[in-house]
Design a protein around this ligand. Structure first.
Ligand code: EPZ
Length: 430
């Protein structure tokens, strides 16, 4: 298993380029098979999750052509099967976006039930509620969701919880339903808007994405398009906190500052200077950081995917901070690992009470999920001494060339896969 080995203590300084948004790309890849014409997608992040979903759509018969590292062509006219193999949903939950895409296009889809994951049980009842409202039958057969409809008819759907996945899945199916669909209490994340814009560029008729009421007028069919995915605001925010935690000065390029407002506000609150440009933000942290309170909320609130990153930064700030996780029920697993690096954090239910310490000490730690893993990298970059992070496969799910980008900012970090390589690293940096 590959690991990261880090020698902490270097402030991150320089410029870093952000890739396309993983959570937009996954839904857009699923939606791209909803036409029989060829789709060109640019600014595709080259990360494990998108590569697995590309394999999944090839497996059901779609034609995929890699034009470059960040550009792919998809043609769904060759699809033979409407059933997605368990191996894909096991690797990435977002394979469930193929439910909405296949149901919309073929009025039939079979996708294994996604299990829970390391941050919570993650039910998909709202997705299925939406499909049923559109007139589809939904059954669970031998661990798989089987949904089909003679005809999909527009409906007025009120989501019981604000759900990114359910909003996107229902939006896809409704795009090819007969009549009008209204989704109330819809998620407003930038990637929901990106998927709506992508579908509209294919000829769909979706209005209101980015608000909590989305109106969809079903169309007969969708057509070819060329589309560029929005920058990944979570990757951007991760680098912003890495700059803050290492007292650095980093220009994060290829971002949409508006998508980063909640993150920027918190960074300024804890004592960083953030300068905004048209498509970049600069984070400077040349003094000690202060405590704050933060609660994760649906967009435009503070993002849950940025919760571990701010918590690790607050672990080295002055004073006592409180982080409340309101979206997922189990997203503090990384705290035990941080405590092994000297952090002083107490988790009570969905709240973490963080007493800042002057510095963390390097240790051998283990990534439990994607964003927790990224937070442990930030901890290692700021800590004194050597940190080894196991199970970095989680981090590679959502961060393209993470260690390469960090090295370009002055970090001492390497991807290794043996004790021998770790010893070589220790000798080189000592
Ligand atoms: C998406 O997950 C993201 N994943 C997550 O990012 C992100 O944390 C989450 O949205 C919230 O922003 C992708 O886009 C691939 P939800 P999703 O449905 O769609 C409950 C990362 O690190 N819920 O908005 O699964 C659910 O349990 C990942 O990139 C239901 O109860 O999240 C949760 O408490 C981690 N029933 C809340 O809603 C449902 O049918 C929000 O979940 C659906 C969700």
């Amino acid at each position: 298993m590959e690991q990261y080995v880090i020698k902490g203590g270097n402030p991150l300084v320089g410029e870093v380029e952000i890739a396309g948004a993983k959570n937009a790309a996954l839904a857009i890849l699923a939606a791209s098979i909803m036409t029989d014409e060829t789709i060109l997608i640019e600014n595709m992040p080259n990360v494990r999750d998108t590569n697995v979903l590309l394999e999944a759509i090839q497996e059901i018969g779609a034609t995929v052509e890699r034009v470059s590292k960040s550009c792919v062509k998809v043609n769904g006219s060759t699809i033979q099967a409407l059933s997605v193999d368990y191996e894909f949903i096991k690797k990435i939950r977002a394979s469930y976006y193929l439910l909405g895409a296949l149901l919309g296009k073929y009025k039939h889809a079979e996708v294994p039930l996604p299990g829970g994951c390391n941050i919570g049980s993650r039910p998909i009842d709202q997705h299925l509620k939406g499909f049923r409202a559109l007139g589809a039958s939904v059954e669970i057969r031998h661990g798989a969701i089987v949904t089909q409809a003679d005809e999909l008819k527009g409906s007025h759907i009120f989501l019981d919880v604000v759900s990114v996945g359910a909003t996107i899945n229902i939006m896809m199916a409704a795009s090819l339903a007969n009549g009008r669909t209204i989704i109330e209490n819809a998620a407003r994340e930038p990637h929901v808007v990106d998927v709506a814009n992508f579908l509209n560029s294919m000829g769909a008729n979706i209005k209101g994405a980015g608000t909590d009421v989305i109106r969809i007028k079903g169309v007969e069919k969708l057509h070819k398009t060329e589309y560029s995915i929005i920058p990944d605001q979570i990757e951007a925010g991760t680098f912003m906190f890495a700059a803050a935690a290492t007292r650095g000065d980093v220009l994060v390029r290829n971002v949409i500052p508006k998508h980063l407002e909640a993150t920027t506000a918190k960074l300024e609150e804890i004592g960083c200077e953030v300068e905004e440009f048209d498509d970049a933000v600069r984070v400077m942290a040349n003094r000690s950081l202060r405590r704050t309170h933060v609660k994760t909320l649906p967009y435009p609130g503070y993002p849950t995917d940025m919760q571990p990153q701010i918590a690790v930064t607050l672990a080295m700030a002055q004073g006592t901070s409180i982080v409340t996780e309101s979206i997922f029920e189990n997203r503090f697993k990384y705290v035990d690992e941080l405590s092994r690096m000297g952090a002083n954090i107490k988790v009570q239910g969905n709240t973490a009470i963080i007493d800042g310490v002057s510095s963390l000490a390097g240790a051998r730690v283990c990534a439990s999920d994607l964003r927790a893993g990224a937070a442990l990298v930030i901890a290692g970059l700021a800590a004194e001494g050597i940190t080894i992070i196991d199970d970095i496969v989680y981090i590679q799910r959502g961060y393209e060339d993470f260690e390469v980008k960090l090295r370009s900012l002055g970090a001492e970090i390497e991807k290794v896969s043996s004790e021998k390589e770790i010893q070589k690293f220790r000798l080189r940096v000592s």
